[in-house]
Design a protein around this ligand. Structure first.
Ligand code: GCW
Length: 676
């Protein structure tokens, strides 16, 4: 339950002495609600670390030993150079280290804002927990992305779309009167990893959330989150003017509709003065939107953005759009709809783009909208909940997948641009930057269903703070905060985590295969899934036939590849040059096509599926070997889930290989475990 904030007693050591000394005289240069939550966090940490509460000083000269405050509050004791250095860290940045105060050096935490001080405090706590704290060393940090956001897909009836960790933690029924302490722990956890925004409700939105009754409930949450630096956003159903406003249309150019949104927005701000804004899914998968009225996405988004602008709110508009009316490759639709609108969106609009063009598949090449529009604010949407990655029964650490996308060179607008650098905004002078993650949080006692789901929440926060962070570092940090410091334990768990995503891709969708999972629940294999619209079937994506397999997205096929930069097209259009992990995403190839290792494509597919299963077994062995080192309950929880994961990996392998064999009509390589 305590996540990575599970403070443990410090052993007798210099560290313990240093920490005890610091906590014996804590002085805040100012007063504000954020300092109150910092004090609570220090209390909590101190009690666990040293069995004692910290002493907070009212007066600076009362033998304080530990100083916290903003740069401005510290200004009398900082040199101009120090002030300039800290100022450069921006709103949310922080600085920790020794400062000379009244002739003596004291460890201090300084931010440009109280929230910066909070982030600095959580950083300091982490150094103590992971036993790397050194009172003489200086550390500073600042986020590279402005809006670091969780998207909950939580419905008002507390079910969670694609949620696998119980029900929604938002207890709408008992709000506003009853405040579940979980809300506070949720805010602490998010603030500790730098998350500063949360959209509470499902993008398949219910307009009721915008009624006055719900606003009063949302206000309670916003008030709790405020001192933690977290702003609340809501999803806005495009047809709300009809559903709750009594109008007959939701046409974004209709004056009454515009007035409805202006009044609604003003009402929200009267309850929540720092409301973040709206997140909107429109004209996608049957959701209402501007297309119904012959208007485009920019007209729809700008209408809402205009209502929010006077209050400083943001309008986040999703690029995940596709509709069955378009009879072309779904891969192409977002570019098709958004490229012509580049530059037409208001300044307070951000287009939120999924990492890939299809839908959070186990592996996708980056979305071609990144780099294709450069006069519009763009942001990333990752999925933390494992909709297509084993849900809550599988251990799949997602940071390597996210890192792979973030570090891809996309060549636009500059030859050196990566997805990460684009998101950081420096390449396009984009000030309003965003990274969103679809939450995996629910009412389960451990928050995320699978213990290792916590690592994905943690990793998302870290990558939103710094999209150039590295997954191995993130894994190591999380492991130390979760399982302790022992080098052998850390390195073994780290290896499991870092290999886990490739393993899942191997036993689910190797070599660029995608969208071959079970229908609608998306659990387990379903390469045979048919019925309904073409782009919800599996054969539409794998295109297996007696000659070969794969989706031709080159110029001889759907030509989705033409939406990428020229440099990418040149390499990816050649089946011998494209990274093999994307091979069948873009090419339909004969079963006997030669892979780089000399095997045929058919053999390669079989080897990947086989390897995936073996990798899961290797994870099981590693975990078993750690039994004496781990908490028995945690050990058993993960052990059982790994058993399920092994069964599921076999299920995927057997189902996919036997199904594809009906087309390839070739035997399996004799050195793999034969599927049956
Ligand atoms: O991943 C798919 C999911 C839908 C989801 C949709 C979206 C919220 O299967 O459940 O709806 O994407 O991102 O809008």
């Amino acid at each position: 339950y305590n996540l990575w904030l599970d403070y443990q007693p410090l052993p007798n050591s210099t560290l313990q002495n240093d920490v005890s000394e610091l906590l014996s005289g804590v002085y805040f240069f100012g007063e504000n609600p954020t300092y109150e939550v910092i004090k609570k966090e220090l209390n909590r940490a101190a009690e666990s670390w040293i069995g004692n509460t910290p002493s907070f000083r009212q007066e600076r000269l009362q033998s304080a030993t530990f100083y916290l405050g903003t740069r401005q509050e510290f200004s009398q004791v900082l040199s101009l150079d120090q002030q300039a250095e800290i100022k450069a860290l921006g709103e949310d940045g922080f600085w920790t280290g020794p400062v000379e105060i009244d002739g003596k050096s004291y460890f201090s935490i300084i931010g440009n804002t109280p929230i910066g001080v909070l982030y600095g405090t959580f950083h300091w706590i982490k150094t103590v927990q992971s036993k790397t704290f050194n009172k003489n060393s200086i550390h500073s940090d600042s986020p590279k992305v402005k809006v670091r956001m969780l998207n909950h897909w939580d419905n008002l009836d507390r079910t969670v779309e694609r949620g696998y960790a119980g029900f929604s933690i938002w207890d709408w029924h008992r709000l506003p009167g009853y405040v579940d302490p979980r809300y506070i722990d949720y805010a602490r956890a998010n603030a500790s990893i730098g998350i500063n925004a949360v959209s509470l409700t499902n993008v398949n939105a219910n307009a009721l959330i915008l009624t006055t009754d719900f606003m009063k409930k949302v206000k309670v949450l916003a008030d709790i989150f405020r001192p933690y630096g977290i702003k609340v956003f809501l999803t806005a159903r495009f047809s709300a003017p009809i559903q709750i406003g009594g109008l007959e249309t939701a046409d974004p150019l209709n004056d009454q509709v515009r007035d409805f949104w202006k009044e609604k927005t003003a009402e929200i701000y009267s309850y929540i003065p720092d409301f973040g804004g709206f997140l909107v899914k429109a004209n996608s998968e049957g959701q209402p939107g501007p297309h119904e009225y012959g208007r485009n996405h920019a007209e729809g988004a700008n209408m809402l953005a205009e209502a929010l602008a006077p209050h400083g709110g943001l309008l986040i508009w999703r690029a995940f759009v596709y509709s069955f009316q378009e009879d072309q490759d779904r891969h192409k639709q977002a570019n098709f709809e958004f490229e012509p609108l580049d530059g037409k969106f208001r300044d307070n609009v951000i287009i939120q783009i999924k990492n890939g063009a299809i839908d959070f598949q186990p592996r996708e090449p980056f979305h071609p909208l990144f780099g294709a529009i450069n006069q519009t604010n763009v942001g990333m949407e990752f999925q933390i909940t494992q909709e297509y990655l084993g849900q809550a029964t599988q251990l799949v650490f997602l940071a390597p997948m996210w890192e792979e996308v973030l570090q891809t060179n996309i060549y636009r607008p500059k030859p050196s641009t990566t997805v990460a650098s684009l998101l950081e905004g420096t390449e396009t002078n984009q000030d309003l930057t965003l990274m969103a993650g679809v939450s995996n949080i629910g009412t389960d006692r451990n928050w995320t269903g699978h213990l290792f789901g916590q690592a994905n929440w943690y990793a998302f926060g870290k990558l939103a703070w710094n999209p150039d962070a590295n997954s191995a570092d993130i894994a190591e940090e999380w492991i130390k905060l979760t399982f302790g410091q022992k080098p052998m334990v850390v390195s073994k768990i780290e290896e499991m985590m870092l290999d886990s995503h490739e393993a899942a891709v191997d036993y689910m969708t190797p070599l660029g295969l995608h969208h071959i999972m079970g229908r609608s629940h998306h659990y387990g294999p379903g390469p045979w899934v048919m019925g309904g619209r073409a782009d919800w079937t599996a054969p539409y994506y794998h295109q297996a036939d007696s000659l070969g397999i794969g989706f031709d997205r080159t110029s001889t096929g759907s030509d989705a590849l033409s939406q990428y930069a020229q440099e990418i097209q040149e390499v990816w259009s050649n089946p011998n040059e494209i990274p093999e992990k994307y091979l069948l995403w873009f090419h339909h190839l004969p079963w006997d096509f030669k892979l780089k290792d000399g095997h045929t494509l058919w053999e390669g597919i079989a080897y990947h599926y086989d390897r995936g299963v073996k990798e899961v077994r290797a994870m099981q062995q590693t975990w078993d070997s750690l039994k004496p080192e781990l908490d028995p309950e945690e050990f058993e929880h993960v052990r059982q889930l790994l058993n399920i994961q092994e069964e599921e990996a076999e299920w995927w392998r057997n189902a996919c290989l036997l199904y594809f064999q009906t087309f390839s009509k070739r035997p399996f390589p004799s050195d793999i475990e034969q599927p049956e």
